[in-house]
Write a protein that binds this ligand. Sequence first.
Ligand code: MG
Length: 249
Amino acid sequence: MIELKTTSEIKKMSEACKISAQALKLAGDYMKPGVSTKEIDDAIRKFIVSTGAKPNFLGYGGFPGSACISVNNVVIHGIPSADIILKDGDIVSVDTGAFYDGFNGDNAYTFAVGEISEEAKKLLKVTEECLYKGIDAAKIGNRIGDISNAVQTHAESFGYGVVKKFVGHGVGHHLHEDPEVPNFGKAGRGPRLAAGMTLAIEPMINLVGEDVKVLSDGWTTVTTSGSIAAHFEHTIVITSDGAKILTKA
Ligand code: MG
């Protein structure tokens, strides 16, 4: 069931989203060679807790980190570790979320460490564009499939692989709610979009091939091809004036 949020609920949810966005922005300050993903996770957890919120990924399904930190060929759900040390040329996808006053925020960004390849720069640029094309399609009168199709069409026009095994989602009282928001599909299909719908739109795009596999830790999701991948995400609300991004720092 898709739960539409009232204006006062959106106001509360905006706070959770703002904290999530601030945590993500903070992660950007740590994108330097020699920093471990555990250090970044610690900083994110301390920040979220300092606001009175809770890191909503911590303990979710048993996840051990406060953020998912995914380096290079890791698409999503990277487990923060003192053994994963950033180096020049890495790309790092950080996914942060906060639970505050009964609501969740969820957002992600792929950062560059030092100087990255032209190939990586382009993948990051296009994946972020995919996110905004999805957001632009998130308007009353459209359906979920219009968001999905906008993301897929843009990514595939560059020959990139759209991850199909994991999808975006509704978000609100729960971190994952209905509906699913795939990054692939046909325009004009799926649930109709309505005011008060709150969605996490999150393209996950591989440089080569769409296949991914989950490693034996049960979380770390890598590209089957071994190529790099990017992940950008915002939590949005659909209004009569189109989509409004809630995860703004
Ligand atoms: Mg999400």
